[in-house]
Design a protein around this ligand. Structure first.
Ligand code: PBG
Length: 326
C-alpha cells in the first residue's frame, strides 16, 4: 500500500459522508420563477423554444402563483405580453397594463407570502422592441427613457409589486426609479438591478416568449460579453444609486462575473439562468444526450456555488421538488 498523507476519497465514500462535507446547497427560498402573462389569453400558450414554459392566461397564472407560494420558493418575476405596442411603449405606464394587472392577481392570490418582482423595462411594450424610446436617429435615448421608467415604476408599484426588476440597462435607471418611488412615498418598494446584463445570444427564446419585435440588437446598451471588470463598475454605480439586490445575467456563461460581484458587494447577489440556458438543457435532454434532472441541479448548483443564492430560473418549481426528494 502506498503511504499517502492525504486521501480526499475518504470523504466521498458514502452518500451520507458526502452530504456531511457538502460545501453548498441550492436553497429553494432563493429560487425565483420568471412567468409570462399574455394579455387577453383564455388558455396558456406554449412557447416553442422553451418546452414546458407557457404564456399564461389569467387563470393559469393564478394557479402558478398558488403553486409557487405553496412550494415556498423565493418569488415570482412577472413579465407582461401586451396585445398592442407603440414606439413609446405607452401601455407600460398604464395602471391597467397586462403587467400591472398580473401583479394585482399575484398579490390577490398570495398576499405577502410570495415576493412579486415586476419587470421594469419597455421592450415588451415597444413596437421596435428596444428597451427604451428612440431619438430622431433611431438610437435608444437614455434620458428620455428614464422619464418613462419613472412613470412605469409607479404604475407597477401601485399594483402591489414588492420589488421592481430594472432590466433595461439605461445609465442612471436605478437613481431615477428610486427618486420616483420615494417622491410618491413608496420607500417600501425595493429595486433589483440587472446590474451586469450582457448582450447575449442566450436571450433568443425569451424574445419568442414576449413576442419581441426587436430587429437588430442591444449592444449599444447591454454589456459586451468579453468584459469582466466592467461588471464591477455597473454594480458600483447601481449600489450607489440605491439598488437593493444586484443581478448578473446570463448566469452559466458568466460564473466568473457572479463570483466577482458577490465578493465585491454587500447587497445580495442574484443571477438569471436565462431562456437560452434553459432551452439548451431541455433540447439536449429531449435528444437523449444528457440526464435532464441532474443537469438542471448541476446548473443551479454551479450558479449558487459561484456566489448567487438568489437564482431566477424557469426550473424554480421543479428544482424545489427535486431538492425535497434528494
Ligand atoms: C429585457 C429582458 C430580456 C430578458 C429579460 N428581460 C431580454 C433581452 O434583454 O433581450 C431575457 C430573459 C431570458 O432570456 O430568459 N427586458
Amino acid at each position: 500500500m502506498t503511504a499517502l498523507p492525504e486521501r480526499p476519497r475518504r470523504l466521498r465514500r458514502t452518500p451520507a459522508i458526502r452530504r456531511l462535507v457538502r460545501e453548498t446547497t441550492v436553497d429553494p427560498a432563493g429560487l425565483v420563477l420568471p412567468v409570462f402573462v399574455r394579455e387577453g389569453a383564455s388558455r396558456p400558450v406554449p412557447i416553442r423554444s422553451m418546452p414546458g414554459v407557457v404564456q399564461h392566461s389569467e387563470s393559469s397564472f393564478r394557479a402558478t402563483v398558488l403553486a409557487a407560494a405553496d412550494a415556498r420558493i423565493g418569488g415570482l418575476m412577472v413579465f407582461g405580453v401586451p396585445v398592442a405596442r407603440d414606439p413609446h411603449g405607452d401601455a407600460a405606464c398604464d395602471e391597467h397594463s397586462v403587467l400591472a394587472e398580473a401583479v394585482r392577481w399575484a398579490r390577490a392570490e398570495a398576499g405577502d407570502a410570495l415576493p412579486v418582482i415586476a419587470d421594469l423595462c419597455l421592450d415588451e411594450f415597444t413596437s421596435h422592441g428596444h428597451c427604451g424610446v428612440l431619438d430622431a436617429d433611431g438610437n435608444v435615448d437614455n434620458d428620455a427613457t428614464l422619464a418613462v421608467y419613472r412613470r412605469m415604476a409607479l404604475a407597477v408599484a401601485d399594483a402591489g409589486a414588492d420589488i421592481l426588476g430594472l432590466s433595461g440597462m439605461m445609465d442612471g435607471q436605478v437613481a431615477a426609479v428610486r427618486a420616483s418611488l420615494d417622491g410618491a412615498g413608496r420607500t417600501d418598494v425595493a429595486i433589483l438591478a440587472y446590474a451586469a446584463k450582457y448582450a447575449s445570444a442566450f436571450y433568443g427564446p425569451f424574445r419568442e416568449a414576449v413576442e419581441s419585435q426587436l430587429d437588430g440588437d442591444r449592444r449599444a446598451y447591454q454589456q459586451d460579453p468579453a468584459n469582466r471588470r466592467e461588471a464591477l463598475r455597473e454594480v458600483r454605480l447601481d449600489v450607489a444609486e440605491g439598488a437593493d439586490i444586484v443581478m448578473v445575467k446570463p448566469a452559466l456563461a458568466y460564473l466568473d462575473v457572479i463570483a466577482d460581484v458577490s465578493a465585491a458587494g454587500d447587497v445580495p447577489t442574484a443571477a438569471y439562468v436565462v431562456s437560452g440556458e434553459y432551452a439548451m438543457v431541455e433540447a439536449a435532454a429531449a435528444a437523449g444526450m444528457i440526464d435532464r434532472e441532474r443537469a438542471i441541479m448541476e446548473v443551479l448548483g454551479s450558479v449558487n456555488r459561484a456566489g448567487a443564492r438568489i437564482i431566477a430560473t424557469y426550473w424554480a418549481l421543479e428544482a424545489t421538488r427535486l431538492l425535497a426528494r434528494a
